[in-house]
Design a protein around this ligand. Structure first.
Ligand SMILES: [Zn+2]
Length: 286
């Protein structure tokens, strides 16, 4: 699932390839992915791409005053093609959601793998018209995101620190994978109530947010879009590594499962050596 670092890298990747180029074709494969109907998708054809920017996990493409906003959700991706297939994309159940072709024959496909179809596209006059984007919280890579800001956000939030880190309306761009990584670096239990963090814990958490995301962006930027996914997986310390050894202490990495996803952590590094109860299991046993 692309999170802030991958979307940031995709943004910069697309910026270098589309800026100043004219859109020659724009075709929809997944009807349900397009959330707006006016202006129509076809109105993007003939326009010149001015810039590509990121807001949280949203990709925003400025096409001469009209915007294509994309949210890649869990299984979405952008695939760049130096030579786009000539055949017109037709609505189907294939993973192809959108195809945009640029003057000169190159372009990109937006795809979504998996059965859960959550990828979303909007054509708008202003990205702020997209509801989830307009309500985004602070960007953790913005220089204004300091320890005091984080302390204030945590103090005002209900829920555990894992949930708060991944809440887009509080901090924009962090999802399930990077929140696991951040909490491991900060040596914090994912289930600790956010508002109960001591000042030194907030300090550690702030350092971990900025450090983990900053390193991930530095690693991701400059990579081809096709390399980003695999490299993200390989760079993870605990996320997706259930049963492997913690890179810090060698303890086994444990997992807590939820309905559709799971979190990973190290008990020695994060919970004083005490394994967390598997919530799904606890529920079944109750
Ligand atoms: Zn450990």
């Amino acid at each position: 699932m692309p999170e802030l670092p991958e979307v940031e890298a995709l943004t910069r990747f697309l910026t270098t390839r589309v800026s100043g180029r004219r859109v020659e074709r724009c075709e929809l494969g997944a009807i349900a992915a397009l959330k707006t109907f006016d202006p129509p998708l076809a109105s993007l054809v003939g326009r010149e791409a001015r810039s590509v920017t990121r807001r949280g996990k949203y990709l925003c493409m400025d096409l001469d005053g009209e915007w294509l906003v994309m949210h890649l959700a869990r299984g979405g991706w952008v695939k760049w093609k130096d030579k786009l297939p000539a055949d017109t994309l037709r609505p189907s159940r294939s993973p192809l959601a959108l195809r945009m072709g640029l003057a000169g024959g190159s372009g990109f496909d937006v795809t979504e793998m998996g059965t859960e179809k959550r990828l979303a596209l909007w054509v708008v006059a202003d990205p702020e018209e997209v509801e989830g984007l307009a309500t985004l919280g602070v960007d953790p890579l913005d220089p204004s995101f300091d320890t005091d800001t984080l302390a204030r956000l945590l103090a005002d939030a209900s829920g555990n620190v894992k949930t708060v880190l991944a809440a887009q309306s509080i901090i924009a761009g962090i999802g399930n994978a990077y929140s696991d990584e951040i909490l491991h670096v900060a040596r914090l239990s994912p289930f600790k109530p956010a508002r109960n963090l001591e000042r030194d814990e907030v300090d550690r958490l702030h350092g971990a947010v900025v450090g983990v995301l900053g390193e991930a962006v530095a690693r991701a930027v400059g990579q081809e879009a096709s390399e980003l996914k695999g490299n993200k997986k390989r760079s993870m310390r605990v996320h997706g590594r259930t049963g492997e050894s913690c890179p810090e202490c060698g303890d086994v990495i444990r997992e807590v499962s939820f309905a559709t996803k799971s979190l990973q952590y190290c008990a020695t590094c994060q919970t004083g050596g005490k394994p967390l109860a598997d919530r799904r299991l606890s529920k079944l046993l109750r």
